[in-house]
Design a protein around this ligand. Sequence first.
Ligand code: SAM
Length: 227
Amino acid sequence: QLSARLATVGAFVPQGARVADIGSDHAYLPANLVLNQRISYGVAGEVVRGPFENARHEIAKLQLGGQLVARLADGLAAIQPADHIDTITISGMGGPLIRHILETGSAALTGVKRLVLQPNVGEATVRAWLMANQFKITAERILAEDGHTYEVIVADRSTDEVYYTDKEQLFGPFLVIEKSPVFVAKWQRELARSQAAVAQMQQAKVAPTAHLAAAQTKIQLIEGVLS
Ligand code: SAM
């Protein structure tokens, strides 16, 4: 049984896909997708030996070795041309790390049609990368589980021009329209955090910094969306 978070990521993997799950840890997601005959082939990539061994162990235990392979590799280096990967999932890490993984492995992205990304924080930087690399966001989800809020971003390779405003990059082009209760609660918390940060900077009476200006801009954006 997958967590709601991983199940949401898995729900956006196309039927019959060839998937690379990067930073797979126990390979729970690709193993579940193989068991449910959702994917025809999977690679579970891990850069750290312990989680890589977890993935290997899980694949052997479930006897999925014919369709799912664990590889010890940094980021997209886990993908080999013969894998013919068409879908990449990356979940449970920060947005800047997801962006770095996508950026440094661009050769492995040839042939990839869909990315399903679940950054724990820093979603805006992921959306900025997608925009700069011709991946169009086709769906988004926001969910709360175990006291955390998670966003899932689905992006497909596009030949159209892809453009997101600062507001769309921060909040998500779909999420900002949907404005679900989970979304509103997340941004109310973020607003309070940014307001406290600004108050602290103003109290310290330091000269206005780029940091302060950025926090003030963020407050304005959030207030605009929540109003
Ligand atoms: N994807 C699973 C999930 O969402 O539940 C596991 C998330 S776990 C918190 C993050 C995993 O990413 C860790 O096992 C870590 O070793 C792996 N990781 C971090 N940087 C990586 C990289 N550059 N390449 C591959 N794996 C990486």
